[in-house]
Ligand binder design. Structure first.
Ligand code: 8YV
Length: 314
């Protein structure tokens, strides 16, 4: 069936999204001036004013994932284009992963597993590890996911502090106006912050050193937030104890220096990567488009496009 609305697909959509968009739209793989919507499936293509210039009739960009640092939402909003993302449906999943990664890093779970498989247990027990007990966790970026992580950390009886653009009066954790101040106060730095110019490399050599020799860095936000070369140096020089990383600066490329380090835990950006959660995210990509073109507005616009999404509603 020939659908009247043309949609441009960027990246390779997951099966559920592919099915959803072909069911409701005429999906184009080449730039077409009649395109009114774009579905974005990965974070590798930069979607900015230049990218959307060939699409004069564009109304909406529906992006897969909660982070949208690859999209210049302000520029698109200025052109009247609504950008949507997939918040909420992945919050618990990413928070679970963050807690798991923290425990895996402190208690060296992947290393212990490797030890057993290599047959070393037959000779002697695995050496004693560091502990989570008594640690203070500083959360960088106390948004939806940061709060869900905090809830899980509370269950682990850990003290929690946070740093972000501004204090949140309804939150009872201690707020640090500076990241450095928080790093000095804590021995776990949990990075949940989103990417973009504002957060690029804010976790630098000084911040890492402030965490101290027992310090642990966990990053489930964006790789760009951490100065990866400074991190490699801090780990090599034992300025911090270890790191658990789900995100990297140049994915899917991971620096050889990190791969060679046995005392870090490295994951291939799997925070939201369960069938359940990825399907929910994919469904939201489709639902945003269907709702928009059904005249019901965008369901989950990014903050920059909130006013635009509401204005066109109904
Ligand atoms: C996404 C993520 O799956 O939602 C995000 O921001 O980092 C992941 O959960 C990924 O970005 C999709 O490309």
């Amino acid at each position: 069936m020939n659908h009247p609305i043309k949609l441009f697909a960027v990246g390779t959509p997951m099966a559920l999204v592919e099915r959803g968009i072909t069911q409701h739209f005429q999906v184009c793989r080449e730039a077409d001036p009649e395109v009114r919507g774009i579905a974005v499936s990965g974070g590798h293509t930069r979607i900015d004013a230049a990218f959307i210039a060939p699409f004069p009739k564009l109304e909406i960009v529906s992006s897969f994932g909660v982070g949208y640092d690859h999209i210049d939402a302000a520029a698109l909003a200025a052109r009247g284009v609504v950008v949507t993302h997939t918040p909420d449906v992945l919050t618990g999943e990413v928070a679970d992963l963050a807690l798991g990664l923290l425990i895996a890093t402190v208690r060296q779970l992947p290393q212990v597993d490797r030890y057993l498989r290599a047959g070393h247990w037959l000779n002697k027990p695995y050496p004693l590890t560091a502990t989570l007990r008594g640690r203070k966790v500083g959360i960088l970026g106390l948004g939806r996911i940061g709060k869900a992580i905090a809830k899980r950390l509370e269950a682990c009886e850990l003290e929690i502090e946070y740093h972000g653009r501004k204090p949140q009066p309804e939150v009872r954790y201690r707020y640090h106006p500076t990241l450095l101040g928080m790093a000095q106060s804590c021995d776990v730095l949990m990075v949940v912050a989103s990417g973009g110019a504002e957060t690029k490399h804010i976790v630098n050599a000084q911040v890492l050193e402030a965490l101290g020799p027992d310090g642990i860095l966990i990053n489930v936000g964006r790789g760009s937030v951490v100065d990866e070369q400074a991190l490699i140096a801090a780990l090599r020089d034992k300025k911090i104890l270890s790191a658990g990383l789900d995100v990297f600066e140049d994915e899917p490329r991971v620096p050889a220096e990190l791969i060679a380090m046995d005392h870090v835990v490295l994951l291939p950006h799997v925070g939201s990567a369960s069938v359940h959660t990825r399907n929910a995210m994919g469904q939201l990509v489709v639902d945003n488009l269907v709702s928009w073109f059904g005249g019901k507005g965008a369901l989950t616009p990014v903050p920059e496009c909130q006013a635009l999404a509401a204005r066109k509603k109904g």
